[in-house]
Design a protein around this ligand. Structure first.
Ligand code: SD4
Length: 301
């Protein structure tokens, strides 16, 4: 039926991200190069209010970015609560390649990025600042399904975290996940996205998974890792994602009544799959020829 996928990524903005990543693949770039290039497309887009520049700030007005990148052999790097640098995913990659560590946070991550030659940029755009100021009038923090970062006055777009998974021409896998996190989060809050095993997991023997939605929920079930392990046990990507969403629903019951969580997976044979708590999650699937389709995931509710 459908040809094997070589790239999957979350939400509608996965389409341009996959296009950039596929171009890297065609030029024989590594899986890491592919997913980094894709993630950077979303980070650079000022019109999306939940990744990179243009992201909504925390409740004190600071845009703080979380990102992770990894290959399928355990090489990984991550930054949490990084400020003033657009391409958090590229800083994460430098953490992977130029330090003995996996995760750098906050001031230390920023100092490392500057040391590596990254330039500072004001990440809080006038549009995002205006929405934050309106939010301050009520300061009501209540994540809403598919729209924790949308429906805000000011016309912010409804895109969310980008997670992108890829297979290169050699068959090796990699993934990346990058976000400004939940809009109007507490200062210092870190979500699932930059945490290996929660927002992203990649294993060349099995496949890869990523997540989007309320990060606290994904953290509670080690979402991405749980999906990869379910695939290792023999489930296909759709079924693996479904199993972990069902587990989360059993674990949390009414506490996740208004939340959205979506998990997305790609196994090493190129089978793509996803499952969400509620309707509305879309993901982009690209095959080796560069054909991309946008798929609407099934959901529990
Ligand atoms: C977070 N999971 O920081 C991210 C946000 C997100 O759709 O994916 N929103 O919790």
């Amino acid at each position: 039926d459908t040809p094997p996928a070589v790239l999957v990524s979350t939400w509608d903005f996965g389409v341009p991200a996959n296009a950039a990543a596929h171009a890297v693949r065609q030029a024989s770039g590594s899986a890491l190069d592919m997913v980094e290039a894709g993630a950077r497309v979303a980070e650079a887009d000022v019109t999306n209010a939940s990744v990179g520049i243009g992201g909504f700030p925390d409740r004190e007005g600071h845009v703080t970015l979380d990102a992770v990148i990894m290959n399928g052999r355990g090489d990984m790097g991550s930054v949490c609560a990084l400020e003033d640098i657009v391409h958090a995913v590229s800083v994460a990659r430098r953490v992977m390649e130029a330090t003995p560590h996996v995760i750098l946070v906050g001031e230390g991550a920023r100092a490392f990025a500057l040391d590596q030659g990254f330039e500072t940029t004001r990440l809080l755009t006038p549009a995002a600042e205006a929405v934050w100021k309106r939010w301050l009038e009520t300061s009501d923090y209540a994540p809403r399904a598919n729209s924790e970062n949308t429906d805000w006055p000011g016309g912010a777009s409804d895109h969310d975290t980008i997670g992108i998974l890829g297979i290169d021409l050699t068959g090796a896998m990699a993934g990346a996940c990058t976000t400004s996190g939940m809009a109007f989060k507490m200062r210092g809050r870190v979500g699932d996205s930059p945490i290996p095993g929660a927002g992203l997991s990649v294993d060349d023997e099995v496949g890869a998974a990523t997540g989007t939605g309320v990060g606290e929920d994904i953290l509670r079930v080690s979402g991405a890792h749980a999906v990869v392990e379910a695939m290792r046990a023999g489930l296909d990507p759709d079924a693996a994602c479904k199993r972990v969403i069902e587990r989360l629903a059993r674990l949390r019951g009414d506490k996740i009544a208004d939340h959205q969580v979506a998990l997305l997976a790609l196994d090493k044979q190129g089978r793509a799959g996803a499952f969400a708590l509620r309707p509305g999650f879309t993901y982009a699937v690209t095959d080796a020829a560069g054909e991309t389709r946008l798929v609407r995931a099934e959901s529990l509710f």
